[in-house]
Design a protein around this ligand. Structure first.
Ligand SMILES: [Zn+2]
Length: 219
């Protein structure tokens, strides 16, 4: 009997250690976000994202919705999130307590005219911190908007000529610092479109799965 107890105990310990060791590692999720579009580079960006089965959220500007309506539809058809980035894309958006809300509402109307629906996902230009005042944030949130910043900035939009290798280095370092949840700031511009294949490959090789940021995403 004592022997049986011993074997039963040993079996239980082995089984327990097998279960513990086979538990999946915590998931690493990368959320691609692409600001300032759409532009003529959008189709190329979408094609590369699709090839990697990567979701993305595009934070779009009002005048560019109106200039490139077909590219907004392309985002919609591809299952990407369309978020709002405003009208002025300069300091004016932060000028008054109501100006961020007004700019997002105005951008939303342009989207509604095109798609028959609105978006509640927002990124304010240059990030909400430290730009949005508490009052501005409160007005946006009371209207139902969800505000998203980022925690990885590969600096793909600094200056006219972007050093693609530096962007990849910044991204690698940014992912290491961000840990299992990475919200990556990219921009809708040619240098990023041309570099996107390598950007996405680097993210995959770092062990991340792609997630799509949307209004249900909670960090
Ligand atoms: Zn921007």
């Amino acid at each position: 009997m004592r022997r049986f107890v011993f074997f039963a105990l040993a079996a239980a310990i082995i089984l327990f250690s097998v279960i513990v060791n086979s538990a999946p590692a915590p998931k690493k999720v990368a959320y691609i976000t692409i600001d300032d579009g759409p532009t003529l580079n959008t189709p190329n960006i979408i094609e590369t994202l699709k090839r990697h089965k990567a979701g993305a959220a595009f934070f779009v500007l009002k005048d560019r919705i109106e200039t490139y309506p077909d590219y907004i539809k392309m985002m919609e058809c591809g299952g990407f999130t369309i978020g709002l980035h405003g009208v002025s894309h300069n300091g004016n958006i932060y000028a008054a307590p109501t100006s961020p809300l007004n700019e997002m509402n105005e951008t939303n109307e342009a989207l509604y005219k095109l798609l028959g629906r609105r978006s509640m996902v927002v990124r304010t230009p240059f990030g909400s911190k430290p730009n949005l005042t508490d009052r501005q944030r409160e007005l946006l949130e009371t209207a139902g908007y969800k505000i998203f910043d980022w925690n990885v900035d590969p600096r793909d939009s600094i200056g006219k000529i972007v050093d693609k290798e530096a962007v990849l280095r910044n991204l690698k370092k940014g992912l290491e610092d961000a840990g299992p949840t990475a919200v990556i700031l990219l921009h809708d511009r040619k240098s990023t479109a041309d570099n996107l294949e390598r950007i996405l490959t680097l993210i995959e090789e770092a062990g991340y799965e792609f997630g799509t940021l949307d209004e249900d995403t909670v960090f």
